[in-house]
Design a protein. Structure first.
Length: 120
């Protein structure tokens, strides 16, 4: 049984994009290069619009996890909440083995990008 309590978002839009400029994934924080396919996310919560980006790997992991989630509980987390959502849900007993492996791999890559960008 999942302990997460999510609210339905009144405005929710996700559009596939090919980046005309570089972005950053709000789930794993790795760089989305110019020309790379990703998802542009827009949602409004409590009257505030937020715009986020989601890289393709994270998008797949999130979609797959939502599909495995119980019926009637298929609310999708926003990109910046996806990691917390998946790990919390996994603590509750869901497995998401492949999905977590992809997200972890992406986050490791993001960490090594950060190390490279500060290297002389
Ligand atoms: Zn990502
Ligand atoms: Zn859950």
């Amino acid at each position: 049984m999942c302990s997460l309590d999510m609210e339905k978002c009144p405005v929710w839009r996700e559009t596939p994009r090919v980046g005309r400029k570089p972005h950053q994934c709000d789930c794993c924080s790795r760089h989305i290069r110019k020309g790379e396919a990703h998802i542009e996310h827009a949602s409004a919560f409590g009257g505030r619009m937020q715009g986020e980006r989601l890289c393709f790997g994270c998008w797949w992991a999130r979609t797959s996890a939502v599909e495995q989630h119980g019926p009637g509980e298929q609310l999708t987390p926003s990109p910046s909440y996806a990691w917390e959502w998946l790990t919390t849900c996994a603590d509750d007993g869901a497995s998401y083995r492949q999905e977590l492996a992809i997200l972890k791999w992406n986050r490791r890559r993001a960490a090594s990008e950060r190390r490279e960008s500060v290297a002389p």
